[in-house]
Write a protein that binds this ligand. Structure first.
Ligand code: AMP
Length: 598
């Protein structure tokens, strides 16, 4: 396909011949979304017809949508867990997928407190790579000249474990960065990073971050975009700079590498980067020593055109802080993906965060949509859910995403609620509304109401010796500090005022809560330092009654009033904070070790 024929495409003129092909691919996939979906389903069913899972449903080789929908149930992770456990234990028979399971991807979504394990197959890497390859051609339509400089991206690998059957279990991005697709990617002038692979691939988060920051500082003039996967990751990098700039400046001054960076691969590759640059060192020290860090990103990296970070969903809470540090640079949310499957991309990445919509790419999996009507929960319980196909969703409506993947998930509920905002050709575009059942999230952690309840219950055991109990509680994700942390407001009933729980006991309650939270939370606390110590704020007796009075004054029904288990509305926060009698923090991090898979 010639570049000219793309000129008339709704996406706009491509930056180069390679981009033209990619944009044309997007056009084709979205124009023929329904037939692509039909083909994808047929391919998945054909390939996997002899798997134990599919054979259970007496398909007789059918690959059409009607048979599929009438025979295959909609499932959650918990339904598949026994089968997944067998694969993890070493059963190599074709259980879910005809192709051998190559590894497990560990989701940040948890089940029974542990990360969910998503079986994947080799060819899924190609599919993920394909989606990545579409991002820059789209970005190049909106931002010119990205081939004239580099991207400063803070990218990290995380710890990996092995299942009892010997398969690797690790996060999807760790799997991607360690793959040849990433490590031996061909040179592309539009996609040059300041971070060397050696730094990205170093498992020690301090050494990795230190090196990536140092390289970013050396190349400050070349940096055209600054990014991380999620907004929280970029803010962690800013915090890192706040804590480590004197040493970084010293390294630049002398052209040597901090002895704390011991990784041999990093030390070797950095010999080609390090050089004494006293002017640069002085500049960094001068900027970083200033009390005011407003606009620090553009002061240090003056040619930055945009921030490349996800600020949709739970990450929206970081927008004001990012604006503060970047002087309001555009924030590009480029893609929507998960461990289960990569879904799609934003075709208008320079839009405002509130307007971000992701176009699901019909070649990635077979997609169905469960209509989500928040106000009628339970009303339709007896009627079977009617799932809608990709091209049949309606603008303005909300749906829960259900996927059937090449790796062997069939009609699997992802847990994301999406709202249709429009269409590109016949492919719908979705606003990410929220993840179901998530109450608190700071980084990749997701804490639901039941987990919070259990944590409060476990912590209140420590109050028993004092004849005290928690009568009410609510929570708040405090992201004003970096890293952010969980704040739990407690109203206590203390029966014997001469023996009320001490500051020390309440600090221990904070830790007991953290010990009860899921493994992703604890990993963020311990290994990533991306969540700060949990805080309990004890409020005056009667505070939660005042909270109810306030809600009723604003129209809540007295009969139906329930204490909100998470708050963020400013007047409510102000009310709670004005009634705080004492504050307490976890004295130490909770226990966390890379998960052992039974
Ligand atoms: P994980 O289970 O760790 O692979 O995380 C995948 C989940 O992260 C998705 O199901 C979404 O809930 C969330 N997520 C991924 N990409 C985005 C995005 N662009 N905007 C909002 N949430 C996202």
């Amino acid at each position: 396909m010639a570049v000219d024929s793309i000129l008339s495409s709704p996406l706009g003129p491509p930056a180069c011949e390679k981009d033209a092909k990619k944009l044309q691919f997007i056009e084709e996939m979205t124009r023929y979304a329904d037939s692509v979906q039909e083909r994808v389903l047929a391919e998945i069913l054909n390939t996997n017809s002899h798997t134990e899972y599919i054979k259970n449903f007496n398909f007789d080789g059918a690959v059409d949508r009607e048979t599929f929908k009438s025979k295959i149930p909609i499932v959650t992770y918990e339904d598949l867990q026994p089968l997944i456990q067998r694969i993890a234990n070493g059963d190599r028979s074709p259980i879910l997928s005809a192709h051998p399971v190559s590894e497990f991807l560990t989701s940040s979504g948890t089940s029974a407190g542990e990360r969910k394990l998503m079986p994947t197959i080799k060819e899924e890497l190609d599919r993920r790579q394909l989606l990545y390859s579409l991002l820059m051609p789209v970005m190049n339509l909106y931002v010119k000249g990205l081939d004239k400089g580099k991207g400063l991206y803070f990218l990290f690998v995380k710890s990996e474990t092995k299942t009892p059957g010997g398969l690797l279990a690790r996060p999807v991005l760790t799997s991607y960065y360690k793959s040849d697709h990433f490590k031996t990617r061909p040179y592309d002038p539009y996609n040059v990073y300041t971070s060397p692979n050696e730094a990205i691939l170093c498992a020690d988060s301090f050494q990795s971050m230190y090196t990536q920051m140092l390289c970013g500082l050396y190349e400050r003039e070349q940096v055209l975009r600054v990014g991380a996967v999620f907004a929280s990751g970029l803010l962690r990098a800013i915090r890192f700079l706040q804590l480590n700039w004197p040493q970084l400046a010293q390294d630049i001054q002398t052209g040597s590498l901090n002895p704390k960076v011991t990784d041999p691969a990093i030390r070797e590759c950095m010999t080609g980067v390090l050089r004494p640059d006293p002017d640069l060192a002085e500049f960094i020290a001068k900027e970083c020593a200033k009390e005011n860090w407003e606009g620090i990103i553009t002061r240090i990296w003056p040619n930055t055109k945009y921030l490349d970070v996800i600020v949709t969903g739970a990450m929206a809470q970081y927008i004001p802080t990012l604006d503060y540090y970047s002087g309001g640079l555009p924030k590009a949310c480029t893609m929507y993906a998960s461990s289960e499957c990569y879904f799609g991309l934003n075709l208008n990445p320079m839009c405002k965060p509130s307007e971000v919509s992701y176009t699901i790419m019909p070649n990635m999996a077979y997609f169905e949509f469960l209509p989500h009507e928040p106000d009628s929960v339970g009303v339709l319980r007896d009627s079977p859910p009617q799932l809608v196909d990709l091209v049949d969703v309606e603008i303005g409506k909300e749906y829960e995403l259900v996927i059937t993947t090449y790796a062997g998930l069939y009609r699997y509920k992802v847990g994301d609620i999406l709202r249709v905002t429009g269409f590109h050709n016949s492919a719908p575009q979705f606003h990410f509304v929220r993840r179901k059942n998530v109450l608190l999230s700071i980084d990749s952690d997701k804490t639901d109401e039941a987990e919070l309840q259990t944590a409060v219950e476990n912590a209140s055991i420590l109050l028993r010796d004092f004849n005290a109990s928690v009568v009410e509680y609510t929570s708040y994700a405090d992201t004003k500090t970096i890293p952010g942390h969980y704040v739990i407001y407690w109203e206590l009933l203390v029966k014997d005022l001469t023996n009320s729980p001490s500051n020390d006991v309440l600090n221990q309650c904070c830790l007991a809560m953290e010990e009860s939270l899921n493994s992703v939370y604890r990993q963020c606390r311990v290994a990533d330092n991306s969540i700060g110590p949990l805080e309990i704020r004890v409020v005056k007796n009667g505070t939660f009654e005042e909270l109810m009075d306030y809600a009723i004054s604003r129209g809540a029904s007295i009969n139906q009033y329930k204490v909100p288990r998470c708050v963020s509305f400013t007047p409510i926060m102000e009310l709670l904070d004005s009634r705080v009698v004492s504050t307490h923090f976890s004295p130490s991090p909770p226990q966390w070790t890379p998960e052992r898979r039974r």
